[in-house]
Design a protein around this ligand. Structure first.
Ligand SMILES: [Zn+2]
Ligand SMILES: [Zn+2]
Length: 252
């Protein structure tokens, strides 16, 4: 599998970091994870086969993760350069149908009726879905919003996990256990009581508890020196640390 970061930022407008988005490619799968502002054009900027997206996963309904979903469907409706017949499955938490209905009420139902079949799958924490032969997606609850989910993709030769947005959790490391790559939000330098996001130490400790091979940090609400941030994460995490940036690609 190949992972590309479409957006390593947050809701804060940034010259260098789009809102959240990731792209997972394998010979049998084209999966977009989250769809925040800037990620639609990033698909083209990084030369990704967006017309072939087979699955979209939405972690939760904050706009920095879902804000460009309608625009992506607008592109499927009017921006396709090649026709396709393969269906598209959009996967997310309970309430995804309500969000899609809201967008369809606002922008027109035809938006969600491209020339290929679109299926909607709402998953509850603990559920697992087969994406393609040998590829599975499973979800776990995160302490962030009532619906927010973390996701795990198990492929033929490796596994990728993504925290979505989350506060510190003692349960999530079990879900991320021994993944080849954990994409973890890393919102703040220090934990902020009452705010359900991870600090640098939280992100590193959860990765260490999960014994993942590589930790890719992203979703930063602070500016940092890359060497210094790496050093701080390595105090608590013994695997490989990767600092997220838009356009970064990793082979799993
Ligand atoms: Zn977010
Ligand atoms: Zn959020």
């Amino acid at each position: 599998m190949k992972l590309t970061v479409l957006g390593s930022g947050t809701v804060v407008p940034s010259a260098t970091r789009n809102s959240a988005g990731y792209f997972v490619e394998s010979p049998h799968l084209c999966l977009m994870i989250d769809c925040g502002a800037g990620t639609l054009h990033a698909l083209a900027r990084y030369g990704l086969p967006w017309e072939m997206i087979s699955h979209i996963f939405i972690s939760h309904f904050h706009l920095d993760h879902v804000g460009e979903l309608a625009s992506l469907f607008f592109a499927f409706k009017y921006g396709m350069r090649h026709s396709r017949s393969e269906p598209l499955t959009i996967i997310g938490p309970d309430g995804l149908d309500r969000v899609m209905k809201g967008l369809s009420d606002a922008f027109g139902a035809q938006l969600f009726e491209p020339d290929f079949d679109v299926q909607l799958r709402m998953l509850k924490p603990g559920q697992k879905e087969q994406l393609a032969a040998g590829y599975y997606l499973s979800v776990a609850k995160t302490p962030h919003t009532p619906e927010s989910l973390a996701v795990r993709i198990d492929g033929q030769r490796g596994s990728i996990c993504y925290t979505g947005d989350t506060g510190y959790s003692q349960l999530l490391p079990q879900f991320f256990k021994e993944a080849d790559l954990l994409i973890s939000e890393c919102s703040f330098q220090k934990r902020r009581e009452g705010i359900a996001h991870l600090s640098i130490k939280d992100a590193a400790c959860m990765a260490e508890l999960a014994r993942v091979a590589r930790l890719l940090v992203t979703h930063f609400y602070f500016d940092f020196d890359e060497t210094e941030l790496k050093h701080q994460l390595q105090k608590y995490f013994s695997g490989e640390v990767i600092i997220g940036s838009d356009g970064l690609s990793i082979e799993i």
